[in-house]
Design a protein around this ligand. Structure first.
Ligand code: PNS
Length: 166
C-alpha cells in the first residue's frame, strides 16, 4: 500500500490545495494531508482551525487523512510509515525552494522520495498569502477558496486585521 504525505501550512487552504488533494487521492492508496506547526511563521489560523477546514473539504475522500506535525518532515514521514512526500509546484519560483527542500530531505532520509505534481493552470497564481491580502483589502476571494470555508476565512481575517502579516 502506498501512503503519501502532503504537507503544508494551509493558512488558509485554497482551491489550489484542494485540486492537488483531489488528484493525488486518485494516485496513492492513502494520502495524509498534514499541517505544519511552524515556529518560524505566525499563522493566522490555529492548527485546529486549519485541520478542521481540511477535514471539512476532504470528508468525501475515504483514503485521505488529516493530521498535523512539528519538527522535521522526514521524521514525521518515518513515524507515519510513509516514504513519499508530495509537493505541488506552481511556477519556477516554487521550484528553486522545493528543489532545495527535496535534496535536504533526501540527504536526511534517503528512503523518503519527494514527488512533485504541477498545479492545475487554473490555480497556478493562487497562494494562501495572496488570499489573505486580497481579503484584507476587501477583494473577492470566492473563486480562490473552497465555498465551504469561504465565510470562515473572511470572518477570521476581519477579526484579526491587526495580526495579519502580509
Ligand atoms: O505550505 P508551505 O508553508 O509551503 O509548507 C512548507 C513545509 C511544511 C512543507 C515545510 O516548511 C516543511 O517541510 N517543514 C518541516 C521542517 C523540515 O522538515 N524542514 C526541512 C529541513 S530544513
Amino acid at each position: 500500500m502506498t501512503t503519501a504525505i502532503y504537507p503544508g501550512s494551509f493558512d488558509p487552504l485554497t482551491n489550489g490545495h484542494r485540486d492537488i488533494i483531489d488528484r493525488i487521492s486518485r494516485v496513492f492508496d492513502k494520502v495524509i494531508v498534514s499541517v505544519l506547526e511552524n515556529p518560524r511563521k505566525r499563522p493566522l489560523f490555529t492548527i485546529e482551525e486549519r485541520v478542521e477546514m481540511l477535514e471539512l473539504i476532504t470528508a468525501k475522500y475515504k483514503n485521505v487523512e488529516i493530521d498535523s506535525f512539528h519538527g522535521l518532515l522526514v521524521d514525521y514521514a518515518r513515524k507515519k510509515k510513509s516514504d513519499i512526500i508530495v509537493k505541488g509546484l506552481r511556477s519556477t519560483g516554487d521550484f528553486e525552494f522545493e528543489f532545495q527542500m527535496a535534496l535536504i530531505n533526501h540527504k536526511l532520509a534517503p528512503a523518503v522520495e519527494t514527488m512533485f505534481i504541477m498545479t492545475n493552470s487554473e490555480f497556478s497564481y493562487i497562494s494562501s498569502s495572496m488570499v489573505k491580502e486580497i481579503a484584507y483589502y476587501g477583494g473577492d476571494i470566492s473563486s480562490l477558496v473552497p465555498p465551504e470555508i469561504h465565510e470562515k476565512i473572511l470572518a477570521k481575517i476581519k477579526a484579526n486585521v491587526e495580526k495579519l502579516q502580509l
